[in-house]
Design a protein. Structure first.
Length: 370
């Protein structure tokens, strides 16, 4: 696709508004950035979003803006990318912001918090609500300009060596769980472990952990979790719609022309949509293969879901009382969430429920002979 057509189709008018001739930068030297990912290269969906982004930037700039993409561990540890971007070691990174809740719990809201927004709702809050505005203000503290760049959709609840039938089975459970889910798991008796994606299988195989979650069928199949833990639970109540983010160093961002800023913004939005589409297209077949290979699907009990939900809401209240950054962002997020749930219950939820469970009428019982 021609770069000007791409920018036009993406709805980015910044080039013209700024009065910058689109061809001006093409005459200058090629810009070269490095992107540090938090994910292993083997996962073509979640890692692949950064490749999609970099490819589109190069295409839209006529080859004058190149971004090399590096898997977690190549340039820096997977959980070191915030520091890397903040300090200018790399120009940009692609990551799951909830990895960094230890710096400030507010990071998690930019990705997923237990019983939060789903994928569509999160995108709506970021693009049409106050999400982007509030998070841009927050990230100024870290010398970062953020962009939404991917979502997995609602995730599965993970792989377990034993069945999890009640809250009693959560007690003492050592589980690799990302982000804020671990905080809530801890409150209902579990022992959360924060382990990068490329190290999870080995930890599960050796018994260092009893269970793990990652994303969903397509990625989980690639990582082979079903070979060492057969019980596959749903839903991932801690990740109803986890958003991935592109982090750009503020100085690097300000050094771009208006045209290249527009290209980055449009390319990030393109990668954002592509990742969700990729997961939705690939997960069904992967789930079928996993079940055929012996995976045992199990739903979490209502007892577990209710206990986790109540623990999450209590945690959010405590954080609002002590962390002003969290309070400012979460209050807006929570109001948006409640409005979305009101709306979705009448349309999306009802329609989806019928399409998934009610289309096939049960066969009528034969009439009794008189």
């Amino acid at each position: 696709m021609e770069r000007r057509q791409f920018i036009k189709n993406a709805g980015i008018a910044g080039v013209l508004a700024a009065g910058v001739a689109p061809a001006a930068h093409a005459q200058g030297a090629t810009i070269r950035w490095r992107l540090a990912s938090s994910f292993p290269k083997a996962l073509d969906t979640i890692f692949g979003a950064a490749d999609v982004f970099a490819k589109k930037v190069k295409e839209a700039s006529g080859g004058k803006f190149e971004i090399s993409v590096h898997a977690g561990g190549e340039l820096m540890p997977p959980f070191g990318v915030v520091d890397g971007v903040q300090q200018g070691t790399v120009e940009c990174a692609h990551t799951a912001p909830y990895y960094f809740f230890g710096k400030d719990e507010t990071f998690a809201i930019d990705c997923a918090i237990p019983f939060g927004l789903n994928s569509r709702q999160m995108t709506a809050w970021m693009y049409e609500g106050n999400g982007m505005k509030l998070l841009r203000e927050f990230y100024k503290n870290y010398n970062i300009v953020n962009f939404a760049m991917g979502n997995t959709g609602a995730q599965m609840g993970g792989w377990y060596r034993k069945e999890i039938k009640s809250l009693a089975d959560i007690k003492g459970l050592k589980m690799r769980i990302g982000g804020f889910g671990g905080k809530v798991l801890e409150r209902i008796g579990g022992v959360p472990q924060n382990i990068p994606g490329g190290e999870i299988y080995q930890a599960l195989e050796k018994g260092t952990i009893d269970a793990t979650e990652w994303v969903g069928p397509y990625d989980d199949e690639k990582l082979g979790f079903n070979k060492v833990a057969k019980y596959y639970y749903y839903p991932g109540w801690w990740e109803g719609g986890p958003q991935l983010s592109l982090y750009v160093n503020n100085k690097a961002w300000e050094g771009l022309s208006a045209e290249n800023k527009a290209i980055v913004e449009a390319a990030a939005s393109h990668a954002h949509v592509t990742m969700q589409a990729s997961y939705d297209a690939k997960n069904p077949a992967a789930l079928k293969r996993l079940v055929a290979a012996g995976a045992q699907l199990r739903p979490f009990s209502r007892e577990i879901l209710k206990a986790a939900h109540d623990a999450a809401m209590a945690l959010y209240g405590e954080l609002s009382a002590k962390n002003p950054n969290w309070k400012k962002v979460y209050e807006d997020y929570a109001k948006f969430r409640d409005d979305q749930h009101m709306w979705f219950r009448f349309t999306e939820a009802t329609f989806d429920n019928f399409m998934q469970t009610g289309r096939e009428d049960k066969k009528a019982a034969p009439a009794k002979k008189k």
